[in-house]
Ligand binder design. Structure first.
Ligand code: COA
Length: 263
């Protein structure tokens, strides 16, 4: 796969696409070009049926992403800041609604937009030295890429308020106990662990089922239970006419592993 901009590396290993933020000299901070590159990469993955899982990580061993590029920000007019925020919000939404599992491999510091990027992913695995936090209030702004909404949905209202009001950084073990990440592993095993999880999903499940389960969970959490259950019923309905569902039943009776096509 080609890399749209130098600061976003896109690599493919079988059905896994890995997006690596590549600005280590800037702690992988998000500038306009990097945002554009990420959006183009996510868009390409959206339309690529051969990609079954995505890993998002940062280059180097220091930072996953230090949030918005504050040096670039210093030279922006208020209208340019508004435009940047529109783009970063759209990027996070595109990642959140990508109909494939997205795993954040948080390899180091993830501050502000870096933590918001991890929050937009489906599952977060952190290296032992990772430090996370929504630090925006210490810069006299608020999380603007979904943090005020996605953090309380993940960890609860009180914990989110405590973290956002103080802007404090949370080390990996605390992030795990808060439910801000799902797993913590030694740094040298981080990508291996993310790939193993992606491979488990790819090898064990049907792609249409994963896309529909993600849709039902994401959309269902935003509505009352009855509407959520109706969404689940509709999402299930999508799986009924699939070739993969028939294949799973055939494989079960023939005592073999199913071979899913995503159809
Ligand atoms: N935007 C632009 N450049 C950044 C950056 C950011 N968000 N975060 C780090 N950098 C740059 C630093 O300016 C420095 O470059 P320089 O030496 O050319 O000035 C380089 O990355 C290394 O950072 P440095 O601060 O020297 O490393 P550190 O280990 O002492 O501290 C951080 C790292 C990330 C804790 C610190 O840089 C920081 O607090 N950054 C701001 C993070 C933040 O608040 N993000 C939220 C934005 S909404």
């Amino acid at each position: 796969m080609t890399s749209p901009v130098d600061s976003v590396m896109v690599s493919r290993e079988g059905a896994i696409a890995t997006l690596t933020l590549h600005r280590p000299e800037r702690m992988n901070a998000l500038d306009r070009a990097t945002l554009r590159g990420l959006r183009e990469a996510v868009d390409a993955i959206w339309g690529d049926r051969d990609v079954r899982a995505v890993i998002v990580t940062g280059a180097g061993d220091k930072a996953f992403c230090a949030g918005a590029d504050l040096k670039e920000r210093a030279g922006m007019s208020p209208d340019e800041v508004r435009r940047f925020l529109k783009h970063i919000r759209e990027l996070m939404n595109e990642i959140e609604h990508l109909p494939k599992p997205v795993i954040a491999a948080v390899n180091g510091l993830a501050l502000g937009g870096g933590t918001e990027l991890a929050l937009a992913c489906d599952i977060r695995i952190a290296a032992e030295q990772a430090l996370m936090g929504l630090t925006e209030t210490t810069l006299a702004i608020i999380p603007g890429a979904g943090g005020t909404q996605r953090l309380p949905r993940l960890v609860g209202k009180g914990r989110a308020k405590e973290l956002i009001f103080t802007g404090r950084r949370v080390a990996a073990p605390e992030a795990l106990s808060l439910g801000l990440v799902e797993r913590v592993v030694p740094a040298d095993r981080l990508l291996e662990e993310a790939r193993a999880l992606a491979t488990q999903i790819i090898e064990q499940t049907g792609p249409v089922a994963i896309a529909q389960a993600k849709f039902a969970i994401n959309r269902g959490l935003e509505v009352d239970l009855e509407t959520g259950l109706a969404l689940e019923a509709k999402a299930y309905e999508v799986t009924i006419p699939t070739w993969d569902r028939q294949e799973a039943l055939r494989a079960f009776s023939e005592k073999r592993k199913p071979e899913f096509r995503g159809e």
